[in-house]
Design a protein around this ligand. Structure first.
Ligand SMILES: Cc1cc2nc3c(=O)[nH]c(=O)nc-3n(C[C@H](O)[C@H](O)[C@H](O)COP(=O)(O)O)c2cc1C
Ligand SMILES: [Fe+2]
Ligand SMILES: [Fe+2]
Length: 405
């Protein structure tokens, strides 16, 4: 029944859209949904590249059967074992028991470990090739982008890179599959959010992978989430390059927690100081309202970060504390920092924020503002000054080249 879209001769899109899941990895909201992409190569031999989340296994099998029309499936290439892609391996094996599962040594042990699937496997090493007839596949190991077994498969005849999660983004495919047949606007921020939250910690391995892929001529990038890239390959690769070098743009993110508005008023005042200094990209996030994945996305984009927190039971406000953990985990670089806080009897928040920036090794504004109870005129002025100082540091910042990979 299904008429799968043909990307280029003999290569069909057999992925699925998920508009039901609320949170990816049970954490990251999906306002535009997500696609799990899988590709079927039909040649003298047939090969499937990656599978989909098992929740959509039924429709996935039907798409493959519609395309194969009774032919056998000879190979399943596994670029990545996270269950949003590996989830249907066992199911496919049931339909096609003779199919050979192709992966590197790390992949194959995970196939057994997750699904108890063994036998009919082909272990491939970095650079090895597999001929399907006209199409020839070459395997490039790209460990820690973003799991240890991750690899990419390059098809030499049509010059297609099956890249796994790399260059992928949230957002379903609403009709078209190829970037040049759709408006891609919604995907850019969703790519940054995907990268920052899922791949973000692994900037150095991504840089290594990009260097390894540089010699490859690319007509298409077929990732496991979002559009097939063809028209926008340069933009997508540049974006990954910038993000993995933690390169940041001129702009300031101000994040605050606040129960009764005192810290919030300080945040507004700091923002005014930043704006006075001529910075136009200023984003204020109330940590209790903005989703952490969006805050992390904006932090990856912009160089300035100013965080404010009330003292809470002699600690940071819990939501602020949780955000600091997320930033530390990702080893975010190339930022300048400022902080402020509010307390009533004994301050702790600003001290905690100061020790956080020492851990991150970011340059920090000299001014910190720590207000006891309501915001008063001298600290109002200090908030403006904090904003101005961070703005100046953002403008004068020179990226540390030691961060490049
Ligand atoms: C549950 C709770 C715990 C608090 N713990 C402390 C504390 O340990 N030390 C302190 O000086 N103030 C403490 N405070 C007072 C707040 O830090 C202070 O009211 C602050 O100005 C609140 O900022 P906000 O108006 O932005 O919410 C606490 C307040 C609450 C509601
Ligand atoms: Fe993944
Ligand atoms: Fe994925």
């Amino acid at each position: 029944m299904f008429q799968n879209q043909e990307i280029t001769k003999g290569i069909f899109y057999v992925g699925v859209n998920d508009r039901q899941k609320h949170k990816f990895e049970n954490m990251l909201p999906l306002p535009y949904g997500v696609s799990y992409n899988s590709y079927l190569i039909v040649d003298e031999k047939t090969a499937l590249v990656d599978t989909v989340d098992i929740g959509m296994g039924d429709i996935f099998i039907e798409k493959i059967q519609s395309q194969l029309q009774g032919r056998s499936l000879d190979y399943l290439i596994i670029n990545h074992m996270e269950p949003d892609h590996s989830g249907s391996i066992k199911l496919i094996r049931k339909y096609y028991p003779e199919m050979i599962i192709v992966g590197n040594n790390k992949t194959l042990s995970m196939v057994e470990g997750y699904y108890g699937v063994t036998g009919n496997v082909l272990e491939v090493a970095d650079g090895e090739t597999l001929s399907l007839g006209t199409h020839k596949l070459q395997f490039h190991l790209t460990p820690m982008v973003h799991w240890p077994e991750t690899m990419m498969t390059y098809e030499l005849t049509e010059k297609i890179l099956f890249s796994g999660d790399a260059f992928g983004c949230f957002g379903t495919l609403d009709g078209a599959v190829l970037d040049r047949n759709m408006n891609v606007d919604k995907y850019w921020d969703e790519m940054t959010r995907y990268y920052a939250n899922i791949v973000g910690k692994y900037g150095a391995p991504v840089q290594k992978a990009l260097k390894k892929l540089t010699p490859l001529d690319l007509n298409y990038i077929c990732s496991t989430h979002g559009p097939v890239w063809s028209e926008y390959i340069t933009e997508v690769v540049d974006m990954y390059d910038q993000l993995s070098r933690y390169e940041t743009k001129e702009g300031v993110v101000i994040v605050y927690g606040s129960m009764y508005g005192n810290t919030e008023l300080m945040a507004e005042t700091v923002a005014q100081g930043v704006a006075e200094s001529g910075i136009k990209d200023i984003i204020i996030h109330n940590v209790s309202k903005s989703d952490p994945s969006v805050i992390i996305q904006d932090i990856f984009k912009y160089r300035g970060l100013i965080i404010g927190s009330p003292t809470y039971c002699n600690e940071l406000y819990p939501e602020v504390d949780s955000l600091l953990g997320k930033i530390e985990l990702r080893g975010v670089k190339n930022h300048v920092f400022g902080c402020f806080g509010s307390y009533t009897w004994a301050s702790a928040a600003v001290k905690r924020l100061t020790s956080f920036v020492e851990t991150m090794k970011w340059p920090s504004a000299e001014v910190t503002v720590d207000e006891k109870q309501g915001l008063k005129v001298d600290n109002y002025q200090s908030c403006l000054e904090l904003g101005r100082q961070v703005a100046t540091m953002v403008k004068n910042y020179v990226s540390d080249p030691s961060h490049c990979g």
